[in-house]
Design a protein around this ligand. Sequence first.
Ligand code: FES
Ligand SMILES: [Fe+2]
Length: 477
Amino acid sequence: MNVETGTIAAKPGEARHPAISTQAIIAQDRVKAPGWVASESYSYLGSEDIDTARYTSAEYQREEFARLWTRTWQFACREEHIPEVGDYHVYDIGTSSFIVTRVAENEIRAYFNACLHRGTKLRASGSEGNAREFKCSFHGWSWAIDGSNTHIPCPWDFPHVDAAKMNLPEARVELLGGFVWINMDPDAPCLREYLGPEALAHIEAWKLEDRYIACHVSKPIPANWKLNMEAFMEAYHVPDTHPQVSPTNADQNSQYDVYGAHVDRFISTLGVVSPVHQGKFSEQDVLDRFTVGDSSIVTDKPIVPEGERARQIMADLFRAGFEKAANADLSDVSDSEILDCFSYTIFPNTFLFPGISLPMVYRFRPNWRDHRESLYEVLFLRPKPADSAAWTSAACVALTADQSFKDAAGMDPGFGDILDQDTDNLRLQQEGLEASAKHGLTLANYQEIRVRHFEQAVDRYMAMAPKVADWKNLPKR
Ligand code: FES
Ligand SMILES: [Fe+2]
């Protein structure tokens, strides 16, 4: 459909909702958006159904561990998890496990978390702390935090072992945006090349290294990890899944972009009525109903003056509220960056929501024992206050499968409702796919382009030969 006329477009992928576009909404804002916001990058990637088996087959998930997870850049922890030399944080993906350690003020390494004697994990999954050495609990083989072997009990019995060659093998580590990224593949492109120049410029512009973890929640979800991710890639579902949000969220006219092989995004503008409710709500209604994200920061909502937009008033109120909360000057941050929902996927399993009002990171990991279950994590990354003593990094609250997101301390109750609505769909979707006589998922050309882009990246890795990390082939220190 043509944006102006509402007529069917000539080519697939060119149709857009006839309502006002995301860019037209943003163009009316008082504090103008920078180029990385005020631009579009959509590509049509085909209309074929997506094969159901990738979500329902245990064998498919096993192959993902050998072909995909061993080759891709993953967010293992934030730098703030390991601020001091000797601090470590264990990151698990499937049966792989890494001790991510700060070995010097400006150096972080990720060791394969297994003893080189008989294989015992050197640190338990999910653990973190500060170490002067990594000593195996079984027979006492030990390593310094720089990964060099320091002790083999009874060396007379190991004449065949050269301790100097027993350094802990490492995954690759790169730092970006305050995140520690790891990759098991010595031959993978570096992280910046993997992201590509355009997406990298976006991520750098958001300055996520200046944020801290204000809230961190994890919850097991009864669905394959890819279904879990795809539930958050589009705003097409908002009117039916989150009807309470639609009066204040321009959902089905959101913008979708793809950047190279591994990154895509949407921009969903807030403080604007959904096209499904066009004409039903006044600007005052929109302002009064605005409850997305950090609405608690705004306690009193004014009367909307004649000719003013609710969106502009919310942007102004949020700017003032966040400036006060963070003791920071946000005067040159655009209304869109303050207010809107920006969502970037970094393949395979990280979402960045760098906007100020919804400042989140999502991470998704498959349960290697059950392809129908995945672990969903939500981190709220708030701007660090100017006074560095005024923030502390929140520990992860691990919810059980039957708990509500609202049960997590620090979770905004309205946002907890939204996440419950999203994840309640997922059990039904996993079970429905297994019950279906239609063995494929049909996608919208525009609004579900991120799902297709993501699955095409999965396809590319699944077409590669299995690649299992082998310490003999890993670079040695
Ligand atoms: S398994 Fe680690 S010292 Fe024996
Ligand atoms: Fe949702």
